[in-house]
Design a protein around this ligand. Structure first.
Ligand SMILES: [Zn+2]
Length: 302
């Protein structure tokens, strides 16, 4: 036995049952009218088919979700979600294509829909009294709209995509693509995303120079070979970036800017649902599945 021998990875009826269990923990509800009292099982007619006794319409658990418009069987979706949710550095569309035996195009589509579902949309401020949030930026890929020339001397980053990440110690990460690293760009983002009582940890970069106006601010002078003093360090975020960079280099070699935010969502998702927070692989996959279904449109207007 292994995780991969679970029936819902192979058997379509089991996959339907599993998805229903995840989506409808309190029993099926009609996606057309929300009715739950009289739902009839028509699965002998077609897999997963139900009929609402209230509005008389038929539905399955796939209705209104990305699974409805997809021709890929549910059990393959389960495999894809599990692979993406459990692989620390991600999984390429090529690998998914070979493993799932679907076309490359389909694999690519599936992976991006799953990443979309992994986006948390979390807006609540991070940190708080007695908490630490580490902030840092990293550079990835090549922004073809920007030429390497005109960069600041000694720093060949002007033509790369810029990613800003905030990580709460023993907590979650929030990453975003930013246009530049100017103080006027970065500081408002930090004000919006971090509770004012938080102790914010950065390196000595110029954009953080006046952060003590907004937060209790500690910084490490990497330029002077300093790696931290007691509670003042950025080790957490450096660990985060090392996984992110290895994943982006090894697994996602070609990443267009318009998709970068989705890859960030994927790495944030795995980090925010990590084993150290008590979340194992299967549970993480379930969270992602809920995210996919959570994007469904309930209670149609018409
Ligand atoms: Zn109904």
């Amino acid at each position: 036995m292994s995780v991969l021998t679970k029936a819902y990875f192979h058997d379509e009826a089991a996959a339907f049952a599993k998805l229903e269990e995840i989506v409808w923990p309190h029993g099926p509800s009609c996606p057309h009218c929300g009715g739950m009292e009289r739902v009839y099982d028509l699965s002998k007619t077609r897999l997963g088919l139900k009929k609402c006794g209230h509005c008389r319409k038929q539905f399955t658990v796939r209705v209104g979700t990305v699974f409805e418009s997809s021709h890929v069987p549910l059990h393959k979706w389960f495999q894809a979600v599990f692979l993406l949710a459990s692989s620390k550095k991600g999984i390429s569309a090529h690998q998914l294509h070979r493993t799932l035996e679907v076309t490359y195009k389909t694999a690519w589509f599936m992976a991006h829909r799953i990443r979309e579902a992994m986006r948390s949309g979390e807006l609540a401020p991070m940190g708080g009294n007695g908490k630490f949030v580490e902030v840092d930026e990293t550079f990835i890929g090549r922004d073809k709209t920007k030429k390497p020339k005109g960069q600041k001397k000694g720093r060949g980053y002007a033509h790369k995509f810029k990613v800003l990440t905030l990580v709460e110690r023993e907590g979650k990460a929030r990453s975003m693509v930013v246009d530049d690293l100017k103080t006027s760009t970065i500081v408002p983002i930090l004000r919006e995303n971090i509770d004012r009582e938080t102790r914010v940890m950065t390196d000595e970069a110029g954009q953080y120079a006046h952060l003590s106006r907004d937060f209790e601010h500690g910084f490490v002078s990497h330029g002077k070979g300093e790696y931290g003093r007691g509670e003042v360090h950025t080790n957490t975020i450096e660990g985060y970036f090392s996984i992110f960079k290895r994943g982006m280099k090894g697994t996602y070699q070609h990443c267009a800017e318009k998709h970068l935010h989705r890859y960030l969502a994927e790495f944030d998702f795995r980090y925010n649902n990590r084993v150290a927070l008590g979340i194992e692989d299967q549970e993480r996959a379930t969270v992602a599945l809920r995210g996919i279904v959570g994007r469904r449109l309930m209670y149609r207007d018409s």
